[in-house]
Design a binder for this molecule. Structure first.
Ligand SMILES: O=C(O)CCC(=O)C(=O)O
Ligand SMILES: [Fe+2]
Length: 268
């Protein structure tokens, strides 16, 4: 997708689906890390893991709260640097730099969201919402990346153009009213795709009807110079890309610009 089309989609619709922008080897790295950590969690409670991401997850949530399992997976993916690697994929990085500039940071420890058939808990199956409600600022782009996604596993649905409606009144995490002619769009996403959307875009979980769980990572990305128009200061961030000028500042080391701080140093 060229930058012009990306821009038009984001402005008009409030979202863009970047198709096949993440290599299958990186998606596999996520799956392997998840399977490995699930294996550890099962072994800790004396259950032999099967080494299968689906079966091991379904087994784990019989014994450990799903919320807790997701937290453990999330921390492990972060430990393996997988909260940031997808953003360094060339096509993704190019679009993020186009939209936000080169000084980029992403949420640290993003939650791995797992959607299991017939689970209806509102925390896991999200009703229509704007990320803005949860403190995401207007200068943050929300990304949603499917990690395990097969036909019938649902995904997310958006209301096209709703980012231009402003801040939608809500109560108990549900919109108070949605116009009757709202255009709902179920996003067609596969493993390797990434959805990028505005923090005011209304979106919701599409329930999973497949026997196996769907795994996805919702996560914010922002330029670390941008003004926070939400509660982004309450979240943890990890810078993953620096502009040339930021790299020079890193070399200089401090705002007093200590003369010759690293002159003739052997360290790099
Ligand atoms: O993966 C999903 O079902 C929706 C995730 C989402 O919108 C969120 O976590 O804010
Ligand atoms: Fe969301």
């Amino acid at each position: 997708m060229n930058n012009e089309t990306f821009s038009q989609n984001l402005i008009e619709n409030g979202y863009v689906v970047l198709k096949q922008c993440i290599s299958s080897s990186l998606i596999n790295e996520h799956k392997q890390a998840i399977t490995f950590r699930l294996g550890q969690l099962l072994e800790e409670i004396n259950i032999p893991p099967k080494g299968d991401i689906h079966l091991d997850f379904l087994e784990a949530i019989k014994h450990i709260r799903q919320f807790t399992v997701q937290g453990e997976l999330s921390r492990y993916l972060t430990y393996k640097d997988l909260h940031r690697k997808k953003y360094l994929e060339p096509q993704v990085l190019e679009k993020l730099m186009f939209a936000l500039g080169p000084d980029l940071e992403c949420n640290l420890e993003p939650e791995v969201l797992v959607n299991v058939k017939d689970v209806t808990d509102g925390y896991l199956v999200k009703k229509l919402h704007q990320e803005f409600w949860s403190g995401c600022g207007l200068n943050t782009l929300q990304t949603w990346t499917p990690i395990v996604m097969e036909e019938g596993m649902g995904g997310i649905e958006v209301i096209v153009g709703s980012h231009a409606w402003g801040h939608i009144p809500h109560r108990n995490r549900e919109p108070i009213g949605i116009p009757g002619d709202a255009e709902y769009q179920l996003l067609d996403t596969q493993e390797g795709d990434m959805v990028i959307f505005h923090s005011l875009l209304l979106h919701q979980t599409v329930p999973n009807r497949h026997e196996y769980p769907r795994f996805a990572m919702p996560q914010g990305v922002r330029n670390f110079h941008d003004k926070d128009t939400g509660f982004e200061d309450l979240k943890k961030w990890d810078a993953f890309h620096y502009s040339p000028l930021s790299q020079i500042r890193k070399k200089l080391g401090n705002p007093h610009l200590s003369p010759f701080r690293t002159y003739n140093s052997e360290r790099n």
